[in-house]
Design a protein around this ligand. Structure first.
Ligand SMILES: Nc1ncnc2c1ncn2[C@@H]1O[C@H](COP(=O)(O)OP(=O)(O)OP(=O)(O)O)[C@@H](O)[C@H]1O
Ligand SMILES: [Mg+2]
Length: 281
């Protein structure tokens, strides 16, 4: 059983630029978005917030043996991709870490864009699902300067639903478990799209990104009801700008909810909602 603390993290007061530029960081590094603070400004305060999230993920890995994490959110634009890549960057700061990011948002892929991998046509997840000749090792792209490996979305020839429903996805993720310590899967929003319900069979759990002051509370409840409760690891408040004092106070109360049946959305979630968190409308 995972302690409730493991289910919630907040890159509090995250101060990443809202209109990001691409930054060229030397010849061997791609032009990554300046919002990827864990990659381009690892010593910044914002990067520290992602290190806190990394700490939680590290604990889940050590204590529960979890390896494959989906990142989703109730609706579009909540910050899934920025969170996935910053968390990956934080995990990759450990020199011997083997971290893979998979772009499983086959509808609106953006991992390559944020990483500045450009329009270069290279095979990705969709191609690997469609063509068993592509094994993972052959198509994963290595970002050496950042100690990161990335599987872009690729080019779907059939509907994303059919692709993600394919048993081939399971074998690719088995390869990923064999070759990497930690795999982060960026996904489409979970309420309007069915994709996460297909992906959830193969992940150890989901981190649910909630955009502070934006994601409607009802939508988050709907998202939680759509996923297998046992696969919901926690909520990441993206862009939360509350002062640190209330941040820690919030966690203090949250700790006290431990021991509830977290697998039912009843115990700690109810407690969570009853707190009327100011960031979720
Ligand atoms: N912490 C943050 N601070 C400021 N801007 C942010 C933050 N996180 C994300 N954004 C911005 O919000 C927008 C959406 O972010 P992102 O692409 O990560 O969302 P998403 O949930 O992956 O979207 P989609 O549903 O389209 O895949 C982008 O313009 C991004 O730059
Ligand atoms: Mg995205």
């Amino acid at each position: 059983m995972i302690a409730p603390l493991d289910r919630i993290e907040s890159p509090s007061r995250l101060a990443v630029a809202r209109h990001p530029r691409l930054i060229h960081d030397g010849p061997e590094r791609p032009r990554v978005s300046e919002q990827l603070v864990s990659l381009i400004a690892p010593d910044s305060f914002a990067a520290d917030q992602y290190r806190a999230l990394r700490h939680t993920v590290d604990r889940l890995r050590k204590e529960s043996g979890f390896q494959v994490f989906g990142v989703t959110s109730p609706g579009p634009g909540d910050g899934k991709t920025v969170t996935t890549l910053n968390l990956a960057g934080a995990l990759a700061q450990s020199e011997d870490a083997r971290v893979l990011v998979i772009d499983a948002d086959l509808r609106r892929p953006s991992v390559s864009k944020y990483l500045g991998l450009g329009p270069l046509r290279s095979p990705g997840l969709a191609d690997a699902i469609q063509n068993p000749e592509y094994d993972l090792a052959r198509i994963v792209r290595r970002l050496d300067g950042f100690n990161l490996s990335v599987l872009p979305a690729g080019a779907p020839q059939i509907s994303p639903y059919e692709l993600l429903n394919s048993p081939r996805l399971e074998s690719l993720l088995k390869e990923a478990r064999r070759d990497y310590d930690c795999v982060l899967i960026d996904t489409p929003p979970s309420v309007p799209m069915p994709d996460c319900r297909l992906i959830e069979r193969w992940v150890d759990g989901f981190l649910i990104v909630v955009a502070a002051h934006k994601t409607p509370r009802k939508l988050l409840v709907e998202a939680l009801n759509l996923l297998d409760p046992a696969k919901v690891l926690g909520v990441v408040f993206n862009g939360d700008d509350r002062p640190m004092s209330s941040y820690y106070g919030y966690y203090g109360d949250y700790y006290s909810a431990s021991g509830t049946d977290a697998n039912r959305h009843g115990g700690w979630w109810r407690r969570f909602w009853s707190r009327r968190h100011p960031s979720v409308k």
